[in-house]
Write a protein that binds this ligand. Sequence first.
Ligand SMILES: Cc1c(C=O)c(-c2nnc3c4c(C[n+]5cc6c(C)n(C)c(C)c6c(Cl)n5)n(C)c(C)c4cnn23)c(C)n1C
Length: 329
Amino acid sequence: QTGSANTNPSDSADDEYITSVSIGTPAQVLPLDFDTGSSDLWVFSSETPKSSASGHVTYSPSKSSTAKKLSGSTWSIEYGDKSSSSGDVYTDIVTIGGFSVKTQAVESATKVSTQFVQDTVISGLVGLGFDVGNQVSPRPQKTWFSNAASSLAEPLFTADLRHQETGSYNFGFIDTSLAKGTIGYTPADGSEGYWGFTATGYSVGGAKLNRNSITGIADTGTTLLLLPDNIVDAYYNNVESAEYDDSQEGVVFDCSEDLPSFSFGVGGQTITISGDLLNLTPIEEGSSTCFGGLQSSADIGINIFGDVALKAALVVFDLGNERLGWAQK
Ligand SMILES: Cc1c(C=O)c(-c2nnc3c4c(C[n+]5cc6c(C)n(C)c(C)c6c(Cl)n5)n(C)c(C)c4cnn23)c(C)n1C
């Protein structure tokens, strides 16, 4: 058995990616953000304060004949951008790309932070990290993929995120036609709940890869590529107008700049992110100053290969073999 779901960038900056998910009987379809950097499936619901839920599609467990309250269970989560949400828990049928998990923990939000209230294009997140990262108490719950894995043809899924066009999440199979290059594999460390791995080096503008280990995570829920200062500086030294902008909290440059590409080594392959993928967006509508897709991870304490990096590749999240596969797209 397999599943295949289309995913679309939410806005002109590819800030996040939206995938439709069916919950309950009859199906209630919600637009959700698939996040390999977390492990909770949570949704705006009939229990979310009306003022917070306005503009969002919501899940109503009372309208689903297959919903069951997971009594006594609660959840609370905070994300890297300090956004947060919390609530209680139901189980229900959750179908993604035609594949159904019969008894999936669906975390219903009774509280959501401002960032989520304002982000009306999504109604919640589907965590695709490791179960150890789940935030339900007293008994942590499994992710949708973990519940699905034993019934899928292969215990893996792939992410094919694209710049300003439709991509896909495939479950249980690898569509190698989505990739240009060979898929190179490297061990994945799931101990922290993330898909952790080590890249073997980097280069700017097609130069020879210099060898230095970069340990980080493959995170579909993070917009940017967040790496150590020495690498960020080495990159922007090639961009004439680049400067750190305090108000933007990141490196900005003239939108007219012809940005160099950025490459990293992983699993014996070299993944090259083209310059135009590294120019994320004007800092505001109509501005001629643009915000970089590569930024510093110094304040975070972890390197994050977010959507800017994932867009250059077909990425295989292989739970069965605890490994990550990367192929140039
Ligand atoms: C340690 C870390 C992160 C780790 O993940 C991180 C980050 N980076 N993108 C996102 C997130 C997103 C993706 N996301 C990013 C957006 C940006 C940059 N902008 C301007 C908008 C309007 C966005 C939206 Cl709607 N959505 N979402 C939906 C959530 C819940 C995120 C949480 N953190 N996050 C940041 C900013 N930092 C410091």
